[in-house]
Design a protein around this ligand. Structure first.
Ligand code: DAH
Length: 348
């Protein structure tokens, strides 16, 4: 019997060292210490022994159980430690590995220009308003002093949907809508960015769809000096603090007088270069004092109120500012163009 116990001892001790996982160790524990295991089997043989034998055998058996439990516990600690280390090793992150590149989109150049203009005018107390792109002839032309048959309509070849409905050719109808909607006929300070449409054949400088930003100020005692001061701030914000502006007489049916605004060339500083065609000046927008007929047509008393208006082309501004030579680049969404543009901007 004692030999059997000693044999078991050796066997279990060896196996304890051989098992290589906590799971195997647990199986081993069940195999030897479980109800159907050999140790239990030896215990049940005690009945056939003399009292003396029982004493000795019982002690040895208890010793065996204690030792086996001790080895298993010891081995369990070792294996748990080993398994934890293996897991940590497996889960560790190699921070020196190159990461997958995150592709982040940039703001479109036209949106960027519109955002800049909006930010400037909002800081000067203007509201940003929008109008419909599918517009009535009434707002797009008639209320802007362009009655049917007016020759100036020809310069804005239009996409008509019906006789009275068209895709707006300019953002100027938002002027008429804003004046009309202002029921108490209070002062107005708004800018209106949006898409516009003309029946042009697309080429490097024409697009059937483009953008405009309209500006309108109506109040008592608004003068040409207010227009000049405001557009000077705009030119300096868009093209640099050192820029100057020049006003030239022009014609728009909805303004009187009408004025075209030039900015001193930001490439050559006004000396004359290829960009400004040797003149030192670059045309940037159309503007003027709101025509009394327009004020009247939209419910404002021209004897009490005066105003100024302007229309900016964000495409033109972006082309000048970033040296873009083909307007179609803005719409074809070629990533080589857009990414290049974002690089120029330094990801701002
Ligand atoms: N609507 C004009 C155009 O599309 C631009 C313009 C010129 C707007 C003068 C104005 C303005 O408000 O006063 O050519």
């Amino acid at each position: 019997m004692i030999e059997k116990i000693n044999g078991l001892k050796e066997e279990i001790q060896k196996k304890c060292q051989i098992v290589s996982s906590t799971k195997e160790l647990n199986d081993l524990r069940v195999e030897y210490l479980g109800k159907k295991g050999p140790i239990q089997g030896l215990s049940s043989m005690m009945g056939s022994l003399t009292i003396e034998e029982k004493k000795e055998f019982g002690r040895s058996l208890n010793e065996l159980k204690t030792e086996v439990n001790h080895w298993i516990e010891e081995r369990k600690h070792e294996l748990e430690k080993k398994e934890l280390e293996e897991r940590l090793e497996k889960e560790s992150i190699d921070i020196t590995l190159p990461s997958t590149e995150l592709k982040v989109g940039g703001v479109h150049p036209i949106t960027k220009i519109i955002d800049e203009v909006e930010e400037l005018f909002v800081s000067m107390g203007y509201d940003v308003v929008e109008g419909p792109e599918v517009e009535l002839d009434l707002y797009n032309f008639e209320r802007l002093n362009l009655p049917k048959g007016h020759p100036a309509r020809d310069s804005q070849d239009s996409f008509y949907i019906t006789d009275e409905v068209l895709l707006r050719t300019q953002t100027s109808p938002v002027q008429a809508r804003t004046m009309e909607a202002n029921e108490e006929k209070k002062p107005i300070r708004v800018i209106c960015p949006g898409k516009t449409y003309r029946r042009d054949n697309d080429d490097a400088t024409h697009s059937h769809q483009f953008h405009q930003i309209e500006g309108l100020v109506v109040d008592e005692n608004i003068s040409l000096a207010d227009l000049k001061g405001t557009l000077e701030i705009l030119a300096k914000t868009m093209f640099g603090e050192e820029r100057e502006i020049r006003l030239r007489p022009s014609f728009f049916p909805f303004t009187e007088p009408s004025i075209e605004v030039d900015v001193s060339c930001f490439k050559c500083g006004g000396k004359g270069c290829s960009l400004c065609k040797g003149t030192g000046w670059i045309e940037i927008l159309g503007s003027g004092m709101v025509h009394p007929n327009v004020l009247k047509a939209n419910g404002y008393d021209p004897d009490k109120y005066t105003g100024f208006a302007f229309g900016i082309g964000p495409e033109r501004i972006a082309m000048l500012k970033y040296g873009i030579t083909d307007i179609r680049n803005f719409y074809t969404n070629d990533l080589r163009f857009l990414n290049d543009f974002n690089r120029v901007e330094g990801g701002k």
